[in-house]
Design a protein around this ligand. Structure first.
Ligand code: SAM
Length: 256
């Protein structure tokens, strides 16, 4: 049985992570900052600058001046540190929502306010249910919320939290349908062969059990929920240079 808070080596492909699980990981003294947010170092270490560039391209408010920014689930690795630095340069106010174990590992700064708890329930408890943001970032978090939280409540709270003209990015979402499309393609076969070193095609099941996994149906329903509430919604690709671009999607919700 894996002990997330103390095992020196963790096989992230074999553990199911949750908000509580991340609290344990964050306390594990043996892990790097990437391990504490559930990634093997190779998935993140040299990729963060490219990931951050992709986020900036999708959230133009980050490069404007004196905006209000929210990061839901920033974790404790380098993306939130890059975001904090950019927000300081641009004169933004930045709010962070995550567990106390994650937030305490990020530096404090005058332009940053930390709110402990899980989104969306924490918004009212933190007294920020009526605050509106020009940009909301929620990167590599939605698939954990899918297990524990009603995603329509996540969309509803996001729509409420967007200022007019504001934009939310739910980034780095593993999409089972996209993964299946990719591994059914020639490019997917070549990728699988290179990864496994074996001359065999990946197994692709049409009616695979999708329990606990996000697929097109979930993403399209989220988009429709946002559209019904007066927002625009788009499913967009990740920059091709990101490590999981062939099987992950980004969802943008924008308030006109
Ligand atoms: C995979 S990490 C991603 C961290 C960061 N966004 C990044 O990409 O570097 C997921 C983070 O989401 C947080 N998290 C999970 N569920 C959450 C929720 N409902 N509200 C806020 N944070 C949540 C976890 O504590 C963890 O820090």
């Amino acid at each position: 049985m894996t002990d997330l808070a103390s095992d020196a080596k963790i096989d992230f492909a074999q553990v199911e992570l949750s908000y509580e699980g991340f609290r344990s990981l964050a306390r594990n003294p043996h892990l790097s900052v990437h391990g504490r947010i559930g990634f093997p170092d190779s998935y993140r270490e040299s990729h963060e600058p490219n990931i951050f560039a992709d986020i900036r391209a999708k959230l133009p408010a980050l490069d404007a001046r004196q905006k209000r920014i929210l990061d839901i689930g920033p974790g404790c690795a380098n993306l939130p540190r890059m975001l904090m630095a950019l927000c300081e340069e641009q004169g933004h106010e930045l709010r962070l929502i995550d567990s106390p174990e994650m937030l305490s590992q990020l530096p404090d700064a005058g332009h940053v306010r930390k709110h402990e708890g899980a989104f969306p329930g924490c918004m009212a408890r933190a007294g920020i249910a009526d605050v509106q943001f020009d940009a909301i970032l929620c990167y590599s978090v939605l698939h954990y919320m899918f297990i524990e939280t009603n995603l329509f409540s996540v969309v509803d709270a996001t729509v409420r939290a967007l200022a007019p003209g504001g934009r939310a990015l739910f980034g780095d979402i593993p999409n089972l349908s996209k993964r299946r499309r990719f591994f059914a393609s020639e490019a997917g076969h070549a990728y699988h062969k290179a990864y496994t070193g074996k001359d065999e095609a990946p197994e692709v099941q049409i009616f695979e059990d999708a329990t606990g996994r996000i697929d097109d149906s979930v993403l399209l329903a989220m988009m429709q929920r946002a559209q019904q509430a007066g927002c625009d919604a788009y499913l967009v690709p990740q920059s091709r240079d990101l490590p999981m671009a062939n099987r992950r999607d980004d969802l943008i919700i924008g308030k006109p």
